[in-house]
Design a protein around this ligand. Structure first.
Ligand code: GLU
Length: 492
């Protein structure tokens, strides 16, 4: 039998996504894509006080989550905003689903109404502990006779709905950890619906996973202790549970919980700093699993192909921003120049230099490999495209020799005739270097200064290609004029 793969990402919209929960989203998305399944976004927003804003509107966390998923390209197939066959996808809009399922469990005898006040429950717990009974079992309300139940219900007293949990092993399987078991005595008669009518997390999540036909629950290891409780509910519903995959925790760099440092690690700060989104997706994915070949750089499609839940590591991992930046550089390099310019443009401040889209595209072709983040383009392009002043003493010394002037002049002549391609320009510059009495180092420095005002920098052919023919030749000519004027005497 083939299972239709349906995964879900179920965040509480209490704030921006951090790298840890984005990693959970990434794995769920990748797994669904790999098996041509469905990726569901469900918002677990039942914690009303925490989630509703002062004016009663939905929390901004929801928009931030969607913005972050969008940036990573993790588009859900079913979601609160787009809907789907098993909606609604906000828990706050699903109260009737929880009430219906609770009614069914009451009718089948799996659940019971509990009228005890918190004080009474506390007293029961103490009594149970004193006589060595399981403390979480409700002895009073679970065993009421049907007549008694009807009577109490008729009084309209507020009641919670609790699951009847018997002694004995509750077995469940985690795809990574294998079979695990806990005794029902240790779980107690768990509350499904509070006396104010609100469903508890475990009940709501299980009703949703069941009704939304989720096949794989991929989530943080922190939820492992919830799984036996959810297992009991699947038993009570009489349905097969989904596959559970609990993944290790992502820690902040240097240790510590990510959630505690939300500001520093919010996913969108990486966008704002200029990380390539595919690199962040690549990195988040590798925080969990490693490829057979040890390869680390994967483009989106390859990642989908390669991701393998059986190769998820068992230990917690720490964020390594340097590695993420390295991966960003790899993705920048493989981005077509025509789209890289759009990414770069979003980060460029043109105050100190002028360039049009063609200049940008040529620059992206030859300078992408010198950058890691999109924001790195600023300093790279500013150095090349900013007008060189040629005023410094060092510049005057280097350019002010007879040899430098001859070299610049010759290259100016040669480059008028060549095909304007980085390789050809580089090759003709190297040929020209052979034909001077200057050392290669001196030659390249002189030409680079003439073109950009800087001694060091990218390959000459790349600079000339990026600057374009007209600008390059005019800068060389300008340098020749400058030497002549500043020097005050005819050199040739
Ligand atoms: N809402 C839960 C959280 O944000 C996720 C629950 C789950 O994945 O089952 O941690």
């Amino acid at each position: 039998m083939t299972t239709t793969i349906r995964t879900r990402f179920a965040p509480s919209p209490t704030g921006a996504l951090h790298l840890g929960n984005a990693r959970t989203a990434a794995l769920n998305w990748l797994y669904a894509r790999k098996y041509k399944g469905t990726f569901v976004l469900r918002l677990e927003d039942t914690d009303i006080e925490r989630n509703l804003q002062g004016d009663g509107s939905r929390p901004s966390g929801e928009e931030l989550i969607i913005e972050a998923l969008d940036w990573l390209g993790l588009h859900p197939d079913e979601a609160p905003s787009t809907g789907g066959p098993f909606g609604p996808y906000r828990q706050s809009e699903r109260a009737n689903h929880y009430a219906n399922q609770a009614e069914q469990l009451l009718a089948s005898g799996h659940a019971f109404r509990c009228y005890c006040s918190p004080e009474e429950l506390d007293a029961h717990r103490k009594e149970a502990i004193a006589i060595g009974d399981p403390p979480g079992r409700d002895t009073k309300c679970r065993d009421r006779s049907p007549e008694e139940k009807t009577l109490t219900q008729a009084k309209g007293q507020p009641a919670s709905i609790r699951l009847r949990v018997e002694s004995g092993p509750v077995y469940f399987e985690d795809q990574l950890k294998g079979g695990l078991s806990i005794d029902g005595d240790d779980l107690g008669d768990m509350i499904l619906v509070r006396s104010d009518g609100r469903a508890t997390y475990n009940f709501a999540a299980t009703v949703d996973d069941y009704e939304m036909k989720i096949s794989h629950v991929i989530r943080g290891i922190g939820h492992l202790s919830n799984t036996p409780k959810q297992m009991l509910l699947y038993r009570a519903f009489g349905v097969q549970p989904p596959q559970f995959i609990h993944i290790p925790t992502v820690m902040a760099s240097g240790g510590g919980k990510l959630s505690k440092r939300a500001g520093a690690t919010s996913l969108l700060t990486y966008r704002d700093r200029g990380y390539h989104p595919d690199a962040v997706l690549n990195y988040l994915s590798l925080l969990s699993w490693s490829s057979k070949s040890g390869e680390e750089f994967f483009e989106r499609e390859a990642l989908i192909e390669e991701v393998d839940l059986d190769r998820i590591g068992a230990t917690d991992t720490e964020i390594d921003e340097d590695k993420m930046a390295w991966l960003s550089g790899q993705h920048v390099r493989s981005e077509p120049a025509t789209t890289l310019v759009d990414h770069w443009s979003a980060f460029l401040d043109h105050t100190n230099f002028n360039m049009n889209r063609d200049d940008l595209t040529r620059s992206a072709e030859v300078f992408a490999h010198r950058t890691r983040l999109f924001s790195d383009a600023q300093s790279e392009l500013e150095t090349i495209f900013g007008e060189p002043t040629l005023e410094s003493e060092e510049t005057q010394v280097i350019l002010g020799t007879r040899e430098a002037k001859i070299a610049i002049d010759q290259l100016h002549t040669t480059w008028q005739e060549v095909d304007w391609q980085a390789k050809t320009l580089g090759a003709t510059a190297r040929d020209a270097a052979e034909n001077t009495t200057m050392s290669k180092g001196q030659f390249f420095s002189a030409i680079r200064i003439a073109m950009t005002g800087e001694r060091k920098g990218p390959e000459l052919g790349d600079i000339a290609y990026a600057l374009g023919k007209e600008r390059t030749l005019s800068r060389l000519k300008h340098a020749l004029d400058k030497i002549h004027h500043n020097d005050g005497r005819e050199i040739i």
